[in-house]
Design a protein. Structure first.
Ligand code: SIN
Length: 290
């Protein structure tokens, strides 16, 4: 079903568990009414897809700032910022120039995660703009963590009351060690931040399961084996197709997602093909709360 709103914007739900395509807007200069409609649609649908956008880095930053202040991108694997003069831009790419990767995450799978949840106030939104895409693979999947929580068996959900989870800051979703971190696979010792396992979304008021990522996660205060068993049980509910939306990229796509109530993962692709994406991340206003 399509809904016509201000400035000829159309909001077309994907038909999957989450996500909507927004048509009829140029993200270089959305008017106030159009932006207000986009803002509402983002809360309602959690993932928004805009096709056919042509955004320079400063235009991507400009649109992203309409949602709030921006976090600087994580430092790349070689210790440097990605884009001179634009510390907000995170380059996701497998392209290597003069022996040096121009971005992060390579061409392998990027496992399920939500962005930068190892921070005390993780970014509320991420915006990913496709500049070059491979002919096959590299699709990005999103899952609705409100739906995952809602779908848990009652007895399992009851066990989550009051629990808090450690979000690891050692590895990125491509499995690479973050800059300046000494790797450890003991989640009790690894750097990271503890957040409630069940959080309340500050805008929608909905409850959501805040898992972050699987590797090096730990349920605070639990024996490691018990924590691993509970986490494995919870993660077994994440990959259900009825909670997911699969995004097949085209050049010019901009996808905006809510990090507070979704996770995403990326399919691997041919390392000989080029994939170049530029991402921004909008600061969270506060720590996640239960
Ligand atoms: C990301 O995790 O932000 C990147 C996802 C992708 O490469 O599609």
């Amino acid at each position: 079903m399509s809904q016509a709103v201000a400035e000829q914007i159309e909001i077309i739900p994907t038909g999957a568990a989450l996500g909507a395509e927004i048509r009829g807007v140029d993200l270089r200069a959305p008017g106030d009414a159009a932006f207000a409609a986009i803002r509402r649609a983002w809360t309602d649908h959690k993932v928004l897809i805009f096709r056919g956008q042509v955004l320079e880095d400063d235009e991507l930053i400009g649109f992203s700032r309409r949602f709030g202040g921006l976090d600087f991108a994580p430092i790349q694997e070689n210790g440097r910022r990605f884009v001179d003069g634009h510390p907000e831009i995170y380059v996701v790419s497998n392209v290597v120039v003069n022996g040096e990767a121009i971005g992060s995450l390579g061409a392998g799978e990027a496992v399920w995660h939500t962005d930068m949840s190892y921070l005390e106030a993780p970014p509320k939104a991420s915006l990913l703009h496709a500049l070059e895409i491979p002919p096959d693979g590299g699709d990005t999947w999103f899952c609705d963590m409100d739906a995952v929580l809602k779908g848990l068996p009652a007895a399992l959900r009851a066990r989550l009351a009051g629990l808090r989870i450690k979000h690891d800051g050692t590895y990125n979703s491509g499995g690479f060690v973050r800059q300046g971190v000494t790797p450890t696979d003991d989640p009790r010792e690894s750097p990271g931040t503890i957040h409630p396992l069940v959080c309340t979304h500050p805008e929608s008021g909905r409850q959501t399961l805040y898992l972050g990522r699987r590797r090096n996660a730990w349920i605070e205060g639990m024996e490691l084996a018990a924590s691993e068993a509970l986490l494995d049980e919870l993660w077994s509910h994440v990959e259900r197709p009825d909670y997911a939306y699969r995004h097949r990229w085209r050049v010019g796509d901009l996808v905006l997602w809510d990090n507070r109530c979704t996770m995403h993962r990326r399919d691997p692709f041919d390392a000989a093909a080029r994939r170049v994406m530029h991402r921004t991340q909008v600061k969270g206003e506060a720590r996640p709360t239960s």
